[in-house]
Design a protein around this ligand. Sequence first.
Ligand code: GLN
Length: 219
Amino acid sequence: MPGTSGKTSRIVGAEQSSRPNVNIGILALQGDFQKHLEMCELIQGVQARTVKTVAEIEACDGLIIPGGESTTVGKLMERYGIDEAVRRRSAQGMALFGTCMGMIMLSKDIEGSDQQRLGLLDVTVRRNAFGRQVDSFETDLVVPAIGGKPVRAVFIRAPFITEVRGEAEVLAALETGEIVMVRQGNILAAAFHPEITEDTRVHEYFAKMAAQSRAARRN
Ligand code: GLN
């Protein structure tokens, strides 16, 4: 029953019952897209599907680029013209959320690499930045934009951000200073994997960005 839970009203507002669902696509060229799909399916007011084609991306209010292997996905995106479609839709206001590899793909600068990228986020990233000794780890991360209790952040061969410029804003950093979550207008990026926890708050935050994008498109 729409409109009864506090969670839903945070996302799409009071008139949601008369409003169509927000369409969130999860880019499914390679990597960890299934968990994002499952997470999005828990959020009321969200219609989530995996997407692989330019036509499918055109219909999205928000697009999630999951974790995976950034060199592979960069090549696939270019081969299928998906990079151009994402850049075009982003300029039109479509919300974008990159996690881990997705954050690398969104970034303008990747330290020591000329690999293909979308180049939309005004930051520099370092791939596999935590080194072999700490391949994977998890920690509690304070994210003021999300509020409430800290977010359990799981890092898997994760990048971090070494420089933030222009309109890009830091949403969270580790206690040791590494920047791991940023937002630049309609673009959100996290070095960690919120989709593999039980906590839907980061995806709800993104759903709200996608709802704003949808509203702007219809006006
Ligand atoms: N190490 C991967 C890369 O650089 C990203 C890891 C991930 O997405 N879990 O592409």
